[in-house]
Design a protein around this ligand. Structure first.
Ligand code: ATP
Ligand code: MG
Length: 254
């Protein structure tokens, strides 16, 4: 059975999508079968792997509304993993789902059809604690939280932990916090060092040892429609995500 991870943080621009795309590519390079689900109307994971936002294709929007299966919506990327794409249409899903039964469990139910075909399913959540994110958290076994080591990061974390507790209480009692990932890390920045130390003090083993450095190749790769691993394998960013995949596999995450 697949390990299903929701990559989430309601704070914008912390590296969720970069982590989704590059971790998917790195796990695939380690011969893992991976499905990346783009659950964000911004569709950044979708464009980040070069997938055109074609109107005719079913996306995660149709999947959530029950108008397409995951099998119908998934696409094989040239990078060894599959993708269920998203586009702006998904922004309407929140309103349309309100009147639908079991609106929080739509993604979970849809994924049961393909779960056995993958080792990992990574869900790239939007920067909000909304119904889309709740669908992601309900479908997942565990949460991966990318975060930048800056002052407000810790405040945002307590809101996220509250949401995770609510989802546990009402929808998904077994939801774990898989790990906190330090992203865009600059070791010369004293505040980053302090926040990083606080994180480790508070969350201990749940902070990944692997740290993702700030690396321009990670920021450039999406405009070429590819993960950094393909764009520049030797780059520090690509190597960091390979190390993260290795750490996850060594943890016996499967
Ligand atoms: P959103 O909340 O809008 O979905 P996000 O959390 O998915 O954002 P990303 O889109 O992954 O964040 O990253 C935000 C920006 O920072 C992007 O331009 C991305 O290319 C860049 N970026 C992400 N990680 C790194 C890194 N380690 N080094 C340099 N740039 C990075
Ligand atoms: Mg994103």
């Amino acid at each position: 059975m697949a390990k299903i991870l929701a990559i989430t943080n309601q704070k914008g621009g912390v590296g969720k999508t970069t982590t989704g795309v590059n971790l998917a590519a790195s796990l695939a390079a380690a011969r893992q079968r991976v499905l990346l689900v783009d659950l964000d109307p911004q569709g950044n994971a979708t464009t980040g792997v070069g997938t055109l936002k074609l109107k005719a294709l079913p996306t995660v929007y149709q999947v959530l509304l029950g108008n397409a299966s995951c099998v119908q919506a998934r696409l094989a990327t040239p990078f060894g993993f599959d993708l269920i794409p998203a586009n702006r249409e998904l922004a309407g899903a929140e309103v349309e789902l309100v009147d639908i039964e079991r609106r929080e469990t739509r993604l979970k139910e849809a994924l049961t059809g393909v779960e056995s075909e993958y080792d990992f399913i990574l869900i790239d959540c939007p920067p909000a604690l909304n119904l889309l994110t709740v669908n992601g958290l309900t479908a997942a076994q565990a949460v991966m939280i990318p975060m930048q080591c800056e002052y407000y990061a810790l405040e945002g974390l307590s809101d996220l932990v509250q949401t995770i507790k609510k989802v546990r209480a009402h929808l998904n009692p077994d939801l774990q916090i898989e790990g906190l990932l330090r992203t865009m890390y600059d070791p010369r920045n004293t505040l980053a060092q302090q926040v990083s130390a606080q994180l480790v003090a508070h969350f201990g083993e749940r902070v990944y040892r692997t740290v993702i450095p700030r690396n321009v190749r990670l920021a450039e790769a999406p405009s070429h429609g590819m993960p950094a691993l393909r764009f520049d394998k030797a780059s520090k960013g690509a190597q960091a995500y390979l190390a993260l995949a290795g750490e996850m596999l060594n943890r016996g995450v499967q």
